[in-house]
Design a protein around this ligand. Structure first.
Ligand SMILES: *Cc1c(COP(=O)(O)O)cnc(C)c1O
Length: 394
């Protein structure tokens, strides 16, 4: 007999047949160049812990101290009783660090996007969104109820065409792009997009989750990288990647930030990040302000690894950042590649549809400042061995 859950069995079997079923690995240690995955000590090639801060002694110590003073739970949303002095300090320090008028923090980059987009545009409005924008932007756009006009990836002329065709239908509009595209590692042409936003006087927002702590002077982000301070209205970021902790950042015009404190729904209706989290993020800002050493090491490691992968004959796509996609095509091949790498002691997950387009499955290698030359060499050897075995390279 049919049951109301039969469709799920079918869907899940379908995923397994197509090589798209996520088998989730379990981590049994702190993050770092080497981690314990499903009980094995392996080289970590797929965390977003770009600078190695997730287990940095100063960051861990800050969280411990804050736990002693504040305990663990926030016990409230930010707008009621969840804002500690640490949250306030963090927002002030981030604004100063990034050279922004003001900053509001959220629980994650995901909620930052949901809250920000839906607070700025509604049913009568329009959103011009890069075709390859992150899922959290897409969900934020849908949630807002605004009409979504997708423009060709990283194409300011296509953006301008889209505006010309649609502007008269909208009360107001918002242009949104990823800063660093998380699956390909290419960078949005922000100055040219800004010129279009300025010409048509449209709100301009960039989601710099993978640029926070990575791009710009000492990791100050994409707005700093392109010296567009005061020009990009909204710069979303995250403290869950290079900062090594957790939390979302919205930096920008102080009037917009003030509005988000009133109408950013995850700020009003979901509990704050904990005080230990906020303290750890503050310690991460301290470290970034003290020295550019970790950011410099990250870029040197990434440059070396990408060059060597190209020499081996791998297609690493269009990346301009430490994100290193290894393009493999079909999802089952990418999954098999990942399993074989694991057998060689390298942890690098495959990524397939719906995270990337069908036929564009890949392994996305995330290089970090915590890898040393020996680690990178071991990783390259494993890629060479598996690549030859599976006929990806010769
Ligand atoms: C990772 C990511 C997010 C989500 O950030 P979290 O803090 O992990 O929720 C948002 N946007 C982009 C572009 C990302 O890569």
């Amino acid at each position: 007999p049919m049951s109301k859950l039969d469709w799920l069995t079918k869907e899940i079997d379908g995923l397994k047949d197509q090589g798209l079923y996520n088998r989730i690995r379990t981590i049994g240690s702190a993050q770092g160049a080497w981690i314990t995955v499903d009980g094995r000590n392996v080289l970590n090639f797929c965390s977003n812990n770009y600078l190695g801060l997730a287990n940095h002694p100063k960051v861990v110590e800050a969280a411990k101290e804050a736990t002693k003073k504040y305990g663990v739970g926030p016990a409230a949303v930010r707008s009621i009783a969840g804002t500690t002095d640490l949250h306030v300090q963090l927002e002030e320090r981030l604004a100063k660090f990034k050279g922004a008028e003001d900053v509001i923090t959220f629980q994650s980059g995901f909620t930052a996007n949901l809250g920000t987009i839906s607070a700025l545009v509604g049913k009568e409005d329009g959103i011009y969104s890069d075709r390859l924008n992150h899922a959290s932007i897409i969900d934020g756009c849908r949630l807002s109820g605004a009409k979504i006009v997708a423009y060709e990836h990283n194409d300011p002329a296509a953006l301008e065409d889209a505006i010309k065709q649609n502007a008269s239908n909208f009360r107001r509009a918002l242009i949104i792009t990823d800063g660093v595209f998380s699956m390909d590692g290419d960078i949005a042409p922000l100055p040219a997009l800004y010129e279009v936003a300025k010409k048509y006087d449209i709100l301009f927002m960039v989601d710099d989750a993978h640029g926070e702590g990575v791009l710009g002077k000492g990791g100050r982000g994409i707005v700093d990288h392109f010296d567009l301070h005061g020009k990009v209205d909204i710069e979303v970021g995250t403290m869950s990647k290079a900062f090594g902790v957790v939390g979302g950042i919205v930096a920008g015009d102080k009037k917009i930030i003030e509005w988000l404190r009133q109408r950013g729904r995850p700020f009003l209706f979901s509990s704050a990040v904990t005080a230990p989290d906020a303290a750890a993020c503050l310690a991460a800002v301290d470290l970034l302000e003290e020295s550019t050493e970790l950011v410099d090491k990250l870029w040197a490691n990434a440059k070396y690894f990408k060059e060597e992968m190209k020499k081996l004959g791998f297609d690493t796509g269009v990346s301009e950042t430490p994100i290193t996609p290894v393009m493999l095509g079909e999802a089952p091949l990418a999954q098999q590649f990942s399993r074989e790498l694991f057998e060689e002691g390298v942890f690098a997950m495959s990524i397939g549809f719906p995270t990337v387009a069908k036929g564009k499955a890949r392994i996305r290698v995330m290089i970090s400042a915590s890898h040393d030359n020996d680690d990178l060499g071991k990783g390259l050897d494993a890629f060479a061995k598996v690549g030859k075995k599976l006929g990806v390279i010769r």
